[in-house]
Write a protein that binds this ligand. Structure first.
Ligand code: BG6
Length: 299
């Protein structure tokens, strides 16, 4: 099986198509690249830190156990930094689990998290196991399983923070979000999306909530479907583009014109916390696929 492992990265090549591969940084178990038939599907900043000193700017960072910054002082997640610690901890490469389709796994438990950071979540009383499975077929599926292996129930949020590569953000449209409730993080307002398709002309940061999982989102460029985002057990989706000013403020965002070439569509469970009882497991997945017909899914 074509798996290449170095100290810092793992590359899985499609068993019957050497032009398709996925490369994962062990730090954060962050997917850095997905080549589909020789074409890169993800955006990665030229200034992304790959040495573990910062979460990776680009690819597919993993967000757990909080999304954004917790504002409620009485929450056990209040002291955690933005988007939690999964994306900034060294995951263990667990190897390959299936040959066809090719699947590899990574794992994270409390012992791998910086102790100073870990104790900021519920004073370090939670025990958990995260297993990330990455399946490379014609599509790319990332499956997450969260297990509460401790003595206390805990609350968490999960998100695949996917940076999709696009030719030019001003040309792309995203469908199938019409009539979904959304919280606009820039306006701090909640409303129902009424645009039949989303287009991008300025900074964009919205959490679409509780979307039926049958709905997939398509990124369409001049009538062609570039990307499809499918979800399993992930009710919410964040759509984000930092545009000009916000990109300027991010030291690890290069080139500064890079916002033209990326669009984050982030499938997750982030609008509300999930409570995971001790001894229980929760599983969810995202599948990215390339091309196909335009599919309009209304309610
Ligand atoms: C998105 C959020 O998911 O992540 C944005 O909706 C945020 O508000 C963005 O700016 C990037 O976050 P970070 O921590 O990677 O800079």
């Amino acid at each position: 099986m074509p798996i290449e492992e170095t100290d810092t990265k793992v590359t899985l090549t499609h068993p019957s198509d050497p032009s398709s591969s996925v490369t994962i940084l062990k730090h954060g178990a962050t997917i850095l690249s997905w080549l589909h038939k020789g074409k890169e599907q993800l955006w990665l900043s030229d200034a992304a830190k790959l040495d573990g000193s910062k979460p990776v700017r680009g690819g597919i960072p993993l967000v757990f156990p909080i999304f954004g910054k917790e504002k409620n002082e009485s929450s056990p997640a209040f002291q955690l930094s933005q988007h939690g610690f999964a994306r900034s901890s060294p995951w263990e490469f667990l190897g390959q689990t299936t040959e066809s389709p090719a699947t590899i796994q990574f794992g994270l438990g409390p012992e791998q998290v910086d102790p100073e950071v870990y104790k900021l979540w519920g004073e370090g009383k939670y025990d958990f196991t995260l297993i990330l499975s990455i399946t490379l077929d014609d599509d790319l599926t990332t499956t997450i399983e969260v297990e509460n292996s401790g003595k206390e129930d805990f609350d968490f949020k999960w998100l695949f923070h996917t940076y999709l590569r696009v030719p030019d953000i001003t040309d792309v449209l995203v469908n199938n979000l019409i009539d979904q409730r959304c919280y606009d993080q820039l306006l701090a307002t909640e409303y129902v999306e009424k645009a039949p398709v989303i287009s991008f002309h300025e900074e964009f940061d919205r959490i679409y909530k509780n979307i039926p999982v049958e709905k997939s989102f398509q990124v369409i460029d001049k009538g062609q479907v570039l990307h499809n985002v499918h979800r399993d057990n992930l009710p919410d989706t964040v759509v984000w583009n930092p545009w000009i000013e916000k990109s300027k403020g991010m030291a690890d965002f290069e080139p500064k014109s890079g916002y033209h070439h990326m669009l984050c569509i982030e499938a997750g469970h982030v609008a509300e916390y999930l409570t995971l009882a001790k001894g229980s497991k929760w599983k969810a997945a995202q599948t990215l696929s390339v091309g196909g017909e335009i599919r309009l899914q209304t309610n």
